[in-house]
Design a binder for this molecule. Structure first.
Ligand code: UD1
Ligand code: CA
Length: 454
């Protein structure tokens, strides 16, 4: 049977106390609603409809890269039933509709597939769970034989109904033609004056469609976000799942509670990740990589055997096999380190290619540069790449030795095997295999009398 997914995301999210629509708040570095859209797509539906209202322009704009989403505007938020009704004109009556929530980000596809099994093509399938504290949720009322009878919202429930611990997660699947029958019949005469989607359950029982309640695998996968505290809680759970996946894949984590992945992290085997690693965007690391404490990796790849020491930041860079980076190194976008290169403490590299085995070990800035193999860049070397208007390139050949505290005023080229004397400020190219030094001669004045106090 054809599947169409309807995602409800029009609510305001008052309790977030935010100018940003709730469904745009990030979890694992990605908007809540983006998680739901991606989950929906994994089910291979013929259409994904997203009902938006509060902050609709912002939501649509930020998620515009999800092509093929049918954005449906709900001008006034008159309830979950009213929200689904807005999608009716675009729903094919022949399909099965799955209703998800833009603020329930972590439902697994395995759980959703239960609701979509061929056995209940024609029924209303409902995802429920049992909570020790069911406060705030709609309760599942069953008859003597255990069949679901209806859902009672907390605000409409009597004393006895409030004691029911089985709750409605909100997620359900039903034949689209049935929804088209039921939704126009909803009434808003209830405690909240809203058109409740949950009232369709009693309708399904009445017209013999049949209702099946299926259990969620765990609480977190049906957890909705209403406050920042809930968001933080779910974020911790999500991160712990990712940490467990990394460990299962062969990585040792010093502390699985102290790693955050905001994006995709591909990790090899026999990797050691020390505490407080932050991963953002697309990051991959090879086998036998060691990452020290407090490291940030963003949109980068790190090859086998590399050692990234504590407090380093690697952004949009490529680190080759067996490289050594840090501690306290910063690789800015466009850095490419070939195998066995070494970048030491307080070194900043930007848009530079560092050849095999080359070293920039201390306190240097190398930007807009191409370094060959086995180059040694002394402490305090600066590529003066910017003239105030334009950026210029520094070229350094194989086996060059740059003495400490050297300024290389780009554009400049240092040929193979050259040696640059410490303290030089070079603005002309340096010859291959020669020593180039630009430095005042030492003057000695003997028996120098220091001034004395008057
Ligand atoms: C709903 C269920 C309740 C369930 C709970 C699970 C109803 C009537 N109640 O209650 O049984 O236990 O979810 O969290 O369905 N939305 C719209 N347009 C609207 C109203 C809501 O798009 O007019 C969206 C909201 O943005 C939100 C979702 O629907 O993502 C749920 O709405 P909310 O008001 O939070 O429903 P609850 O009262 O929590
Ligand atoms: Ca809610």
């Amino acid at each position: 049977m054809k599947l169409e997914v309807v995602i409800l995301a029009a609510g305001q999210g008052t309790r977030m106390k935010s100018a940003m629509p709730k469904v745009l708040h990030p979890l694992g570095g990605k908007p809540l609603l983006a998680h739901v859209i991606e989950t929906a797509r994994m089910l291979d539906p013929v259409a994904v409809h997203v009902v938006i209202g509060h902050g609709s322009e912002q939501v649509q704009e930020q998620l515009a890269h999800y092509e093929g989403v049918n954005w449906v505007l709900q001008e006034e938020q008159l309830g979950t039933g009213h929200a689904v009704a807005q999608v009716l004109p675009s729903l094919d009556p022949q399909s099965r509709a799955l209703v998800l929530y833009g603020d329930v980000p972590l439902t697994s596809t395995a759980t959703l597939l239960q609701l979509l099994g061929p056995d209940h093509d024609q029924t209303l399938a409902l995802l429920t769970t049992v909570l020790a504290d069911p406060a705030g949720y709609g309760r599942i009322e069953r008859d003597e034989s255990g069949q679901v009878r209806k859902i009672v919202e907390e605000k409409d429930a009597n004393e006895a109904q409030r004691c029911i611990q089985e709750i409605n997660t909100g997620i359900l699947a039903a034949p689209a033609d049935k929804l088209a029958e039921w939704l126009p019949k909803l009434s808003s005469s209830n405690a909240q004056g809203e058109y409740y989607l949950t009232d369709t359950i009693a309708m399904a029982v009445e017209d013999g469609t049949g209702v099946e309640a299926l259990p969620a695998a765990n609480m977190e996968e049906v957890q909705g976000i209403n406050s920042r505290a809930q968001l933080a809680q779910l974020e911790r759970w999500y991160q712990l799942q990712l940490a467990q996946q990394l460990m299962a894949g062969g990585a040792t984590l010093a502390d699985p509670a102290r790693i955050d992945v905001r994006g995709h992290f591909k990790c090899g085997q026999d990797v050691f990740l020390d505490i407080n690693l932050l991963v953002e965007g697309e990051v991959s690391i090879g086998d036998n990589v060691t990452i020290g404490a407090n490291v940030v990796l963003r949109n980068s790849s790190i090859a086998d055997g590399a050692n990234i020491q504590a407090n380093s930041i690697i952004d949009d860079s490529v680190v080759g096999e067996n490289c050594e980076v840090g501690p306290f190194a910063r690789l800015r976008p466009g850095t490419h380190l070939e195998a066995r290169a070494k970048i030491g403490n307080f070194v900043e590299i930007k848009k530079a290619h560092i050849g095999q085995g080359s070293k920039v070990n201390h306190l240097s800035y190398v930007g807009d540069a191409e370094l060959g193999r086995d180059v040694n860049v002394g402490a305090g070397t600066i590529t003066c790449n910017y003239d105030g208007a334009n950026k210029h390139l520094t070229r350094i050949g194989d086996n060059v030795f740059v003495g400490s505290n050297t300024a290389l005023v780009a554009p400049i080229s240092i040929s193979e095997g050259a040696t640059i004397g410490a303290g030089s400020t070079l603005s002309n190219d340096a010859e291959a295999k020669a020593l180039t030094v630009e430095r005042g001669r030492t003057r000695v004045i003997r028996d120098w009398q220091r001034p004395t106090k008057k």
